[in-house]
Design a protein around this ligand. Structure first.
Ligand code: GLC
Length: 431
């Protein structure tokens, strides 16, 4: 049975997209986008030499940002493998890197007490038996397309299952398995998309569960999974399927690209990223935030700046994220609520966190909380926030407020916004 408790407690993880696509530095789909044949793409394999690679630095930066787990691309759609797979030569050990890059990475993140996840592409634009289709880089090369008659997807399937077994037996306990992605609904006329039939997803998942019983598996094998993975958008509310709330994790980029993309300037601000984290937790979701290291093996300054900005906020506000989820209360406009989960409330008391996305003048009114709060404070400096419950029958006159709904809690705020990205008020709820 998949272990979800740590996941709904930890809420914030690092996604790492790294591979030979970091050399052209034009998005991880470059082989598809520019329809690059293997022979031409080979130059990136031949020049992959991440001489500044030090995964301990990555792990420390992630930990300082407040991240509790990480998911790394063991193989992406171009088929290049970062570990020393016995089933292929198309791997890091055969490049100038000359070593398995996953082993030291897993060790470094484990040393920081972080949980370990593997992203693994079921798509493979390098494997000779992976039948060409409308997503394949060679999709417009008729001679290449003609070869599809000889290609045997069952051989590719055994390769996929074999490599998954390697990943789940050679690196210790794996907490998340992140497959990517199925597209059997696509049809190009001359070819169809691939999905659970091609991967034999049922058998693959059964093997994953047998090898790593507690592992969380995502929802991209077309047979459900433990985890919904909305990508590059924020869900409008809690995620519910067939009336039942489901576990979810939004995967987000820093600039629209997963792989290192040198000339992409569409970077999100640290402030926006903090709000995305808070917004997700307020809807019972996790954030898996991506970094695409460059081909020297480093996180670039633009990424480090944002991780450190998030880390500065998390250092002060982490407890409004960890062990928290959606609240039973409805927040005022321009705000979000996160509330300690029942498990966390048993440990540290039932706490409600008001995240103010916009700093209002002097007062904020909280519906339905008039008789529910013992004490209130700003979380960044634990300074008291005065509370009052205005008599709903009181009329407004000069400086006297009126017209508030019954059982509304009014908080008195300083005019100056606290010096943090998103100010948070911690409300200690009465039992
Ligand atoms: C999509 C992208 C892929 C990326 C993944 C991460 O599938 O195509 O490149 O790795 O999302 O969520």
């Amino acid at each position: 049975m998949a272990d979800t408790t740590w996941f709904t407690h930890d809420r914030f993880g690092l996604f790492v997209h790294w591979g030979i696509y970091s050399l052209p530095a034009r998005h991880e789909w470059i082989k598809n986008r520019e329809m690059i044949p293997d022979e031409e793409y080979q130059k990136y394999f031949d020049h992959f030499d991440p001489d500044l690679y030090n995964p301990s630095t990555w792990a420390q930066e992630a930990k300082n940002a407040g991240m509790k787990y990480f998911v790394v691309t063991t193989k992406h759609h171009d088929g290049f493998c970062l570990w020393d797979s016995a089933l292929t030569d198309y791997k890091a050990t055969n490049t100038p890197a000359k070593r398995d890059l996953i082993q030291p990475m897993v060790q470094a993140f484990r040393n920081e007490g972080m949980k370990i996840g593997f992203y693994h592409s079921v798509i493979d634009w390098h494997h000779p038996e992976y039948a060409v289709d409308g997503l394949h880089p060679m999709r417009e090369n008729l001679a290449f397309r003609a070869k599809v008659q000889q290609q045997d997807i069952t051989k590719y399937r055994e390769y996929l299952h074999g490599q998954t077994r390697e990943l789940l037996t050679q690196f210790g306990k794996i907490d998340v398995m992140w497959f990517d992605f199925s597209y059997s609904n696509r049809d190009w006329g001359w070819s169809k998309g691939k999905g659970k039939a091609e991967w034999d997803s049922e058998r693959l998942l059964a093997m994953v569960r047998e090898l790593q019983p507690g592992v969380l598996v995502n929802d991209r094998l077309e047979i459900g999974g433990d985890l919904k993975t909305p990508e590059q958008y924020q869900p409008a509310g809690k995620m519910v399927i067939d009336g039942k709330p489901v576990l979810w994790e939004a995967c987000q980029t820093l600039n629209g690209s997963w792989g290192y993309h040198r000339d992409n300037l569409d970077w999100k601000s640290g402030d926006m990223l903090i709000r995305m984290l808070v917004d997700g937790v307020s809807k019972d979701g996790n954030l898996l935030l991506n970094v695409g290291p460059n081909a020297r093996g480093e996180f670039e300054p633009r990424a480090l700046d944002r991780l450190r900005e998030i880390g500065a906020w998390m250092r002060l506000h982490g407890r409004s994220i960890y062990g928290c989820g959606a609240s039973e209360f409805t927040p005022p406009p321009d705000c979000r609520y996160t509330q300690t989960t029942p498990e966390e409330s048993r440990r540290s008391g039932n706490r409600l966190y008001l995240h103010l996305f916009d700093w209002p003048f002097r007062h904020v009114h909280l519906a339905g909380l008039g008789d529910r709060v013992d004490y209130a404070q700003l979380l960044n400096d634990a300074s008291e926030v005065k509370m009052s419950v205005v008599d709903p029958h009181q009329g407004a006159q000069n400086t006297t407020m009126g017209g508030l709904a019954p059982n509304t809690l009014t908080l008195e705020l300083p005019v100056q916004k606290p010096p943090v990205s998103v100010p948070v008020i911690e409300l200690f709820l009465k039992n």
